[in-house]
Design a protein. Structure first.
Length: 221
């Protein structure tokens, strides 16, 4: 099942699962709390001739209604933490071997993408540099080298469920594997100045044949 935004990377479903777990567990306790609240409002509403009672919550039989839900919520927190750490490690810490590498450079207010040429390597003579257009091969594992020329930017690809800050003076390495051919949005998700709202780019996930054809056209140009 895809939610409101389609998925186009190998780890998108894992991130969606963490969000779903947080939403389900948080939503469950929200409705439980609201149900108890309105039940008590109705059951112990003001009645003629009945005096209100002040409860301090210090008796054992009263305290259990605090401790039991509290402990159950802590169990839910542990479940969330386990899933979150597992996905965080998979996406942010574990760096699988790359099939290709791209360089991503943020600056006010555009993205520059350095694609490997026919040799499959970046920082060589046949690199292809394009502004606001990232071209990736379908089902290929990429490393990205993310950097910023000026201020903080944030490289965001919603269909990949990817968001990574670009920090001036640092080159940050990450990875993704496109799994769905199509055209998608790239955003800057960090307020980076007056032109932040126009700092959008396009992502093209294409077949090997289409990508090779595009490289050939860029090389001739």
């Amino acid at each position: 099942m895809e939610y409101f935004i389609e998925r186009a990377s190998s780890f998108a479903a894992d991130i969606d699962l963490v969000i779903l777990i947080v939403a389900v567990l948080g939503g469950f306790w929200f409705f439980v709390a609201q149900g108890v609240l309105f039940y008590f409002i109705f059951k112990y509403r003001r009645r003629p001739g009945q005096k209100a009672q002040y409860i301090t919550g210090e008796k054992k039989e009263e305290m259990k209604w605090i401790h039991l839900p509290h402990n159950l919520i802590l169990v839910c927190d542990v479940v969330i933490i386990i899933f979150a750490i597992k996905v965080w490690y998979q996406v942010k810490q574990d760096l699988p071997p790359a099939q290709e590498t791209v360089r991503i450079i943020g600056q006010q207010w555009s993205w520059t993408f350095i694609h490997p040429g026919k040799d499959g390597l970046i920082d060589t003579d046949d690199d292809v540099a394009v502004v606001d257009e990232l071209r990736l091969k379908h089902d290929t594992l990429y490393h990205y080298k993310l950097e910023s020329k000026d201020v903080l930017h944030s490289f965001s690809v919603p269909v990949f469920r990817l968001k990574q800050d670009a920090v001036p003076g640092r080159i940050i390495t990450g990875w993704f594997k496109p799994t769905k051919i199509g055209t998608y949005d790239i955003q800057c998700a960090e307020m980076c100045g007056i032109g932040h709202g126009i700092m959008g780019s396009r992502l093209y996930v294409e077949s090997d044949e289409d990508h090779s054809r595009w490289l050939e056209e860029k090389s001739r140009g």
